[in-house]
Write a protein that binds this ligand. Sequence first.
Ligand code: PRP
Ligand code: MG
Length: 209
Amino acid sequence: MITIALTKGRIEKDTVKILAEAGFDMSFMADKGRNLIFFDKAQDLRFLLVKAPDVATYVEHGIADLGVVGSDVLYEHPGSYLEMLDLNIGLCKFAVASIPSYDPLDHKRKKIATKYPNIATDYFRSKDEDVEIVSIQGSVEIAPVIGLTDAIVDIVETGNTLVANGLVEFEDIIRVSSRLIANSASIKKNPEIMTLIGRLEAVVGNEEV
Ligand code: PRP
Ligand code: MG
């Protein structure tokens, strides 16, 4: 049996669409209720529905042979899995944003709120800038508005959350998209996994990662 870990939530629908187009039986998704494990019995596949960072964990530990997860999570939690395909869904980006009066060129040591401390630290380090990172679990956009930090590093998809909170985008950091990752031992052990990856590749086009 081949196990595929899928990310619960935002990218679920688009992921399931790609898997169905690749010929997997995803009919269970229509009526899944609170279930978190599903099967395509005919093709001997098992699907796990888990939180994004846990997709990488299941794949790293070889519990899942394959996983679908956003590159935001992969950048933030690097690990020992292989990135096989860019699925071109869940498209968004990381950006630096703040209130309109923010000055990115200000030389003072800035405070930055983010759910992604590694990405934020790496970005400012790449600009030779030492910042103070304040880790926030969500709703990061309010941090500069209420004076917790000078700016935020967060994901921007439509930009609606920024606009709704009166924030402006100052710097683009990196594109984000969902990726297919694989456990390296699984790939060596089971040639059928490469066949599955090939089926997905045929659906999404050959996106070099
Ligand atoms: C994400 C992200 C941004 C927003 C971007 O937050 O952190 O806040 O979505 O989307 P937009 O550009 O289309 O508005 P999410 O809704 O996942 O909530 P959280 O940050 O509170 O976890
Ligand atoms: Mg948010």
